[in-house]
Structures are given as C-alpha cells and as structure tokens.
Design a protein around this ligand. Sequence first.
Ligand SMILES: [Zn+2]
Length: 315
Amino acid sequence: IQGLQWHSVILLLFLKLHQMPELINLSLLLTFSGPDGEKTWPKKYPFCGGVFQSPIDFHNDILQYDTTLLPLELVGYNVSSTDHFMLTNNGHSVRMSLFPTMHIRNLPFQYTATQLHLHWGNRNKPEGSEHTVSGRHFAAELHIVHYNSDKYPDVTAAIDKSDGLAVLAILIEVRCMSCAFSIVALVPGFDIQELLPDQLDEYYRYEGSLTTPPCYPSVLWTVFRHPVKVSEEQLLALETALYCTQPNDPAPLEMVNNFRHIQKFDERLVSVSFRQEEDFLNVLQEVSSRVGQNPGVLAPDFFEPLDNISALSIK
Ligand SMILES: [Zn+2]
C-alpha cells in the first residue's frame, strides 16, 4: 500500500506539472551547484553561513539515546478524496500545500502542517537525500513542513523564529522491484500518513535550519530512522518528469540534485528515540555468553540493515 501511495504522489506531481506549465516560475530558480551554487548562499543570505544549519550526518559520536522522545502523534493526516491538494513549483522543488487541520500533537507546541516537498538526486546518481546516516545518502528525502500554530498565525510569521517550524523528514530508499501502475491511485485526497514509515517511534531529533535560503535556524527536525521504499521506476519518473524550464524549451534544465550538502555539527548532540547498535550489541553479548554463542558470528547481520531487529529479539 505504501508503494502505491508513493506512486500516486509522484504521478500526481508529474501530471499536475504537465497540466499547469504556467506554475513554473523561472524567477525563483535556485541552483544547488555551479557558480550560483550553495557555496554562494551566505553572501546574500547570512544565515546560510551561520549556526544550527541543516542537513547533517547522523553518526554514532553525536547520537544520544533519549527515553523522553515519544512516538509522534499525527492528527488529521488522512485527507478525504473530496479535498484537493494544491501543487506549486517553486523552481527548485515541487510543493504540495497541506491542510491546517493536519498537525503534530505531542511536541512542546502544536505544529500545524503547511506543505510537503521532496529532495532528490539524478538518474545517474540517485543519492539525493539531505540527511545522511553514517555518511550514507538515501535516494531521496520527503519533508513535511509544519509551523508552531500555538505561537504564530501562519508559516510566514513562524519561519524566522527559533521555535517556528517542525519538519518531519522521511528517507527514501530505492527498492529494485517494479510496481504495477494503477490509475485508481490517482485520487486527490489520501492518507498522508501512508507516506511515513510504519514506526513513528524511532527517529533522530535535533534543532536545525531550513535547507534552502534564507536558511533560518528555525526548524525542529524529526528524521525517521527507517526509510520508506520506492521502486527505481517511481524514482526515475520523479527525476525525469520535472523541469525547471518550460516543457517546450529546446534545452530544458532538469530539476535534479536539489539537495543541500551536509553541514558542520560541532558541539551539538542529536537525540535519538531508539537504542543504538552498541547498546544492542552489549545485550547480545550478554545473552550469547549465557547461551554460549559467539556474538562476532551473529553481529554482522545486525548492523545493516537493522529492519529485522524485532525478529531477532529474545522470545
Ligand atoms: Zn526540504
């Protein structure tokens, strides 16, 4: 079902863009590489060279297990098919407006959804996630942007405030399997929660920034530990369907590689809601010493991927 929903989002973006080329706005074109690439952002947007920048790499040295991090409670994410999402192209990504009835409940404030968008790579190098895990990129990354609706009237008021935004980030992995095309999936409203991984209790949490100019350090980031999977065909459809220029332009500029590179993360820690590998290995060593097994033989299977960890728990 998750694959089908992903398919519907990607097809929706594709079809809507081709139906509405007037939405493509060159004046907002933002380039992530080349002479006007992200290295030049701080000249015009000082925050981009400032503190608390995102994205970052999640590696063991900076992760800190935090038992107070609860599973996220998402309210109103299941949108009726009689409601319609509005799609716009801002020159560096395609965003889908969300409804103010959608919000996250159990953060320090109530955060209301405003839009979602994707970051991706290109067809030759489908490594376009912004956040990385132990240096590893994922194929793409979905961002669901929310603003602090307890304190601010709208996203514009919240965007430059330190407690203004909360973004849910979903890492997307490519699954080498084709997914059957289904026209039935092209429905306007759908359950946004289907875009999220099943486990909403395992995530990385830190305070960071917008990943595009003006890079305000206003984002409470939640990056889910488990990626969702899309097929290569779905990803290719996304990467090749979207152009920064008009579709009839003789030299269309493809909208690819719209991800920011990882930022320095000095003297800060990322809170994690799940136990790390070392913790698990300690438990494993304890258990295996009791049953007389060598954990070194078992360990490699546990490190990557960790998806099967629950299957391996002691019964
Ligand atoms: Zn984003």
